[in-house]
Structures are given as structure tokens and as C-alpha cells.
Design a protein around this ligand. Structure first.
Ligand code: NAD
Length: 457
């Protein structure tokens, strides 16, 4: 089988890669199963050294890796470089925190009786990944999973397969055995064949629809399952902000990575007293965003990675305009080869419109007025998602009060579209189950084992 990789900026074929099939996936699973026990016996220090070497190799090869990423995903090269730069502190966090988090802990000693907790690897885990930040969402899983002693079957998205193969190349060069980290290449069907193997954990990043399909596929097997899914992330702008600064920060949160981030700002609510000046400043920011060749250092908006998403964006604009929304910028495809859509701003939107309810995953945003803080909280919570939410205000107490009432995995004050390796990354409802990052995101690749030890003396 073969996987054709095309450049989303111009539709040109880049390469055809050999793809896995059900038979090769099974063989890869069996090799991973056979390799895992020896990896679990390797001392933590050696596993840490292998990941530190991987980090060094990523750093040394960063420019080449950024170009590969930019070409296959269409990510503007400056943002591809940022992703490569940003993966290093994530790896550093895992290198610093893994040994302490995973050490065996004595939790009680009472006379002859001792109680201990150890962290056992899950075994063989499947890591089915998305294309939008392949270095981030991949390394959030495979780095701590490997450090915890698991074997990883890593399926990069079919839209980021070249990056997936680069990751495998560098991990192997760093000393992670081939059976311990294996790239599985192919489309959703190959992903289906992977999660059908008797793995000990399935860690998925991607869309809600696929996440639910995977949950159904593994339900009968009672294996550990994590789903990191989409979002419809809201921001509320209070009337006491520096409008120009807030507009610039939120435009970046909505349009960075061409709006293709799970935590992109997807809905904006503005206190009615500053609605008009905020919208004016926001549209001015959007008009400044430079769309162009992803290979150009100055480009900010690239093509969409997946062509079918163009239709989703068109349908959202059409639905909103039909129901009374006004277009203040963009609104249509760009007539050119590749998957281009104009940065789009809609006002006079409401929650009957798909653009305020369904994940857009592209350069499009709806802005709506809120009467007061209570109205904003109600609007922010009126969603089937719950990944991130933020407030812009000069008043920290007000921000904390609002954010405490918002049902969301992460909350932001005067920032957005932000991920920290030290904080857990998780979502509510359709945004998923389980988490990555932070020390919880290391423990999650293990099974706690309870030791009851009574000394004979
Ligand atoms: P997708 O669901 O189309 O694909 C994700 C992965 O699943 C790919 O590797 C694909 O090949 C595989 N797949 C597809 N069908 C499968 C099946 N039946 N069985 C097993 N695997 C299957 O998602 P995508 O387009 O790659 O990613 C975009 C989505 O990911 C967005 O919704 C975004 O919000 C979400 N996302 C979430 C996070 C997060 O941390 N919450 C991070 C990044 C992206």
C-alpha cells in the first residue's frame, strides 16, 4: 500500500510513502510486545539519556525538520520553527520530572508493616496522532510513555507522516530500540488496524468523530483510553482592557497556525460597552495578517492542511450570513491552487449558527456582544466542548471569579492559545477524556502497584 503526500499550498505531490496494512501492523505490534519487557528493565537513567540524545538531535536538525513540517502541513515556516523550538522545553520538563514522579514511594511504615507504591508501565501503547502540531501532540505522549518503560506504536496523521518518520529516525538514532518505538504509517484505516491490536493503552489526539469511533472500537477490551479532541474555545473581553493590546493578542490566538489549533480562539464575546472599538481594532489586526507562501519567513497565514475543511468553513459562513451575520473580513476561498481561505471575521452572530457551535479549525471567527459578566459566563458555557476559555480584564479578582464558573480544562487570564508542560492538558465533554503534560501526564502512562510488605521480625 502507498500513501501519497501532497503540498497543501499548491496541491503538488511531494512523495509517495510505503503505507502499513493490517498484516504489517500486526507484525509491528508483535515486535513491540516482544521488545517492551527489556525496555522496562533498562534503568531510568539510561532511558533519560536516550531522550536527552533525542532532544539534542532534534535541536541539531531543527531547520530541516521545520522545512519538512512546513512543506507537508502548509504551516508557515516561522511557525514551524517555533514548533521545533517549543518542543525542547517540553522534553526538558519530562527529563526533569520523570525520575521523581515515577520513583517508588513508601507511603507508610507502622512497626513491621510497610506500604509502597510503584509505577509499572502499561506495556504496549498505541499513540494515534493529529497533524496540526505533530511535534507537540506526539511528544506529549511518546516521550513520557517511553520514559515510563512502555513500547510505543506511533501513528502520525497521514497529513504529517514525513514528520512521523523523522521522529522515528531520531529516536532510533538516540538509542531507543526499533521495537520499542515504531512508526505506523497510513490513513484512518491503518489507525483502525492499530487500535484493533491487543495493546494496553490507546492515546489519541484528533477529532471528536474519530475519538468516538475509537472509543467504541476499544470499549469491549477495557484498556486505558485517552482522547484529546477538539474545542470551541471562548474568550471574553471586559470593558476595562487596553483594547489594542487585547485585540492583537486575541487575533493571534484565533489565527496562529491558520486557526488550526485545538486551543485556537473560536468564539469571542465582548462587553457591550467596548464592542464597537474592539471589533474595529480586531478587524484592523486581521487585515494586517500576511497570507502567502508557507516557505516565506514573513508569512503568517498559510493554506489549510486538509482540503475538505474548505467546505466546512464555506458552510459556516453561508449558514451565519443566512441567519443574519455580517462579514467584516474575508468569507471565501482564495482562487489559487492549494487549500486557501481568507481570514474571516463575522459579527451579529448568535448561538443558532454553526460558526458559534461547531469547531471551525480554520481562519474564521465570530464576535458577539455580552451584556455583563454573567451573560458572558452563560455564553461561554453554552457549548458541547470544554478545552480552554479566557478572560481579558485589568482586574484579577474579576477574572478569577469568571473563570471559576467556566467549565473548561484550562483557563486563561489575559492570554490565550497557550500550553505549558508544567500544567495538565485536558478537556471536558466532547473535548475528551484523560490528560497529557504535567506530572499527571507522566503518571498516566503507568499503572500504580500497591505493595503491602510485612517484615517477619
Ligand atoms: P482526525 O480525527 O481526522 O485524525 C486523527 C488521527 O486518527 C489520524 O492519525 C488518523 O489517521 C486517525 N484515524 C482516523 N480514523 C481512524 C479510525 N477509525 N481508527 C483509528 N485511527 C483513525 O483528526 P485530525 O484532522 O488529524 O486533527 C484535527 C483534530 O484534532 C481537531 O479536532 C483538533 O481540535 C484536534 N486536536 C486536539 C488536540 C488536543 O490536545 N485536545 C490537539 C491537537 C488536535
Amino acid at each position: 500500500m502507498a500513501l501519497k503526500v501532497t503540498n497543501p499550498a499548491n496541491g503538488a505531490k511531494i512523495v509517495t510513502l510505503p503505507s502499513d496494512d493490517a498484516k504489517s501492523v500486526k507484525a509491528k505490534y508483535e515486535r513491540a510486545r516482544a521488545s517492551q519487557p527489556a525496555w522496562a528493565r533498562v534503568r531510568m537513567k539510561q532511558r533519560l539519556e536516550a531522550i536527552a540524545r533525542f532532544r539534542a538531535l532534534v535541536l541539531a536538525d531543527a531547520e530541516h525538520l521545520a522545512k519538512v513540517l512546513s512543506t507537508e502541513v502548509g504551516k508557515p515556516i516561522a511557525q514551524a520553527r517555533n514548533e521545533l523550538k517549543g518542543v525542547l522545553p517540553r522534553i526538558d520538563f519530562f527529563l526533569e520530572a520523570a525520575a521523581q514522579t515515577l520513583r517508588t514511594k513508601r507511603v507508610s511504615r507502622d512497626g513491621a508493616m510497610e506500604e509502597r507504591i510503584s509505577h509499572e508501565p502499561l506495556g504496549v501503547v498505541a499513540n494515534v496522532s493529529a497533524w496540526n502540531y505533530p511535534w507537540f501532540v506526539g511528544s506529549n505522549v511518546f516521550v513520557p510513555a517511553l520514559l515510563a518503560g512502555n513500547a510505543v506504536l506511533y501513528k502520525p496523521s497521514e497529513f504529517a507522516a514525513m514528520t512521523g518518520l523523522e521522529i522515528a529516525r531520531l529516536l532510533h538514532a538516540a538509542g531507543v530500540p526499533e521495537g520499542v518505538f515504531t512508526a505506523v504509517i497510513g490513513d484512518g484505516k491503518v489507525g483502525g488496524a492499530l487500535v484493533a491490536q491487543p495493546v494496553d493503552g490507546v492515546f489519541f489526539t484528533g477529532s471528536v468523530a474519530t475519538g468516538k469511533r475509537i472509543a467504541a472500537a476499544v470499549a469491549g477490551r477495557l484498556v486505558k483510553l485517552q482522547l484529546e479532541l477538539g474545542g470551541k474555545d471562548p474568550i471574553y473581553v471586559c470593558e476595562d482592557v487596553d483594547i489594542a493590546k487585547a485585540a492583537a493578542g486575541i487575533a493571534d490566538g484565533a489565527f496562529y497556525n491558520t486557526g488550526q489549533s485545538c486551543c485556537s480562539v473560536e468564539r469571542i464575546y465582548v462587553h457591550r460597552r467596548v464592542f464597537a472599538p474592539f471589533v474595529e481594532a480586531f478587524v484592523a489586526e486581521v487585515r494586517r495578517l500576511r497570507r502567502g507562501d508557507p516557505a516565506d519567513d514573513a508569512t503568517y497565514i498559510g493554506p489549510l492542511t486538509r482540503a475538505p475543511q474548505l467546505k466546512v468553513l464555506e458552510a459556516q459562513v453561508k449558514d451565519a450570513v443566512k441567519k443574519g451575520a455580517r462579514l467584516l473580513a474575508g468569507g471565501k476561498r482564495v482562487k489559487a491552487k492549494g487549500n486557501w481561505f481568507e481570514p474571516t471575521v463575522l459579527v451579529d452572530v448568535d448561538h443558532s449558527m454553526a460558526v458559534m457551535r461547531e469547531e471551525s479549525f480554520g481562519p474564521i471567527i465570530g464576535i458577539m456582544a455580552a451584556k455583563d459578566d454573567a451573560d458572558a459566563v452563560r455564553l461561554m458555557n453554552d457549548t458541547s466542548y470544554g478545552l480552554t476559555a479566557g478572560v481579558y480584564t485589568g482586574d484579577r479578582g474579576r477574572a478569577e471569579k469568571i473563570l471559576s464558573q467556566v467549565a473548561s480544562g484550562s483557563v486563561y487570564w489575559n492570554c490565550c492559545d497557550r500550553v505549558s508542560p508544567r500544567l495538565p492538558w485536558s478537556g471536558l465533554r466532547d473535548s475528551g477524556i484523560g490528560l497529557t503534560l504535567s506530572t499527571y501526564g507522566i503518571e498516566t502512562f503507568t499503572r500504580p502497584k500497591a505493595w503491602h510488605l510485612r517484615s517477619p521480625t
